[in-house]
Design a protein around this ligand. Structure first.
Ligand SMILES: Cc1ncc(COP(=O)(O)O)c(C=O)c1O
Length: 374
């Protein structure tokens, strides 16, 4: 029996970082800095320098980053935000929790990302912002969204939670609109050791308000004075200290992810159209998950499980059919591509610590499923 290929191998990943984690805990324990202090400030400076953003604002999670940005833009009751029907829940729940309406638009089958034409058709007089999301290893068509936002006078927020380190059209992910966000959730390519997130923007007013909103609406240095109703959405020093050590390695880790994606791409492309790998060309992309599309998804998944290969389904139910969004009144058939992807999408194991030959073993098993060995 050959060894299991795990979908996500935290123990292999953490082995390289145990010394750093212990040292960071020691450093923080011996300091009197726990939340929003010098390590957080240094991390903000590093992210700003890396992305070319005028402002980087550290927060408690990627979801917190979206929440704070939407609040800083003044989005609330009566407003609409156009967002994909197929994404992680935060892309839309943060809008709904502001009291605004997430207006879903369908995604492109090829990428799983918001379709600019569908987004444009969803714009109404109440639309305040467009909120496309980066998923898997793809980048939304940010040029088209920037053009649409400019033409219709809309704000453009990027849910680039999974995409720190990606670049499209010569610009880093998160830097195409009014603001972008990053998540440091441990499974992400830039994952930390807990929840954490970052907002990037060139807009001094978004930055000023976001800094207050993340910390109970207090202006810097004015403790217990609340200019705004804010949140407790602060980054802690342990996570920031770890991320300062990890960031210099991010480009190398992304290279490794792209190399594994290239093995999948070369090995699986011949199976099209029975099985469709993601859009080709991984240069400049932050490969987070490698998601194929197969009309026999569930059978393929069971077969791979039998071969000791773990997979994951992102996402088994599109957002418009989630009970949490029932109040929006959608039903099956409203966003056919999102629904189709929720039946066909399957994520193969991909992380920088995969054992040599593991990706090739996955490719071979997928081929066997499609030929004699079933
Ligand atoms: C597309 C997308 N948006 C937002 C988030 C939220 O980030 P976090 O888990 O840090 O709150 C995630 C991460 O899970 C995500 O994948």
């Amino acid at each position: 029996m050959s060894t299991v290929i795990p979908y996500f191998d935290w123990s292999a990943r953490s082995a390289d970082w145990v010394d750093d984690i212990v040292e960071v805990f020691q450093e923080v324990a011996e300091s009197d800095e726990f939340i929003l202090k010098s390590r957080v400030e240094r991390l903000e400076a590093e992210i700003a320098a890396r992305t070319g953003a005028a402002h980087a604002i550290a927060v408690a999670s990627g979801t917190g980053a979206l929440t704070v940005v939407l609040a800083a833009l003044g989005i609330g009751e009566g407003d609409e935000v156009v967002t994909p029907a197929f994404s992680f829940v935060s892309t839309a729940s943060t809008v709904a929790l502001r009291g605004a309406r997430p207006v879903f638009a369908d995604v492109e089958y090829e990428t799983g990302l918001l379709d600019p034409a569908a987004a444009e058709a969803a714009v109404t007089d109440r639309t305040r912002a467009l909120l496309p999301a980066y998923l898997f290893s793809g980048s939304p068509r940010m040029g088209a969204f920037a053009e649409l936002a400019g033409r219709r006078g809309l704000r453009l927020v990027e849910d680039s939670a999974v995409a720190l380190g990606a670049e499209t059209d010569g610009r880093p992910a998160g830097r195409h609109g009014d603001a972008g966000v990053y998540s440091f959730f441990p499974a992400k390519p830039a994952g930390g050791i807990g929840d954490a997130g970052m907002i990037v923007t060139d807009d001094p007013e978004i930055a000023r308000v976001a800094r207050m909103l993340r910390n109970h609406g207090q202006p810097a240095g004015k403790r217990f004075y609340h200019e705004l109703l804010g949140f407790n959405c602060r980054m802690d020093e342990l996570t920031a200290g770890f991320l300062l050590r990890k960031l210099p390695h991010l480009d190398g880790l992304l290279e490794r992810r792209r190399a594994i994606a290239a093995v999948y791409e070369e090995g699986l492309r011949p199976l099209a159209p029975a099985l469709l790998p993601p859009q080709a060309g991984f240069g400049g992309r932050a490969v987070y998950t490698y998601v194929i599309r197969s009309q026999e998804r569930d059978a393929l998944r069971s077969y791979l499980a039998g071969e000791g290969i773990e997979t994951a389904v992102y996402y088994p139910r599109p957002l418009h059919l989630q009970p949490a969004f029932a109040h929006l009144g959608h039903g099956p058939g409203d966003f056919p591509v999102a629904e189709r992807l929720s039946r066909e999408a399957l994520a193969l194991p991909l992380h920088p610590d995969m054992a040599p030959g593991a990706a090739e073993r996955v490719v071979a098993a997928v081929h066997r499923f499609h030929t004699a060995g079933r």
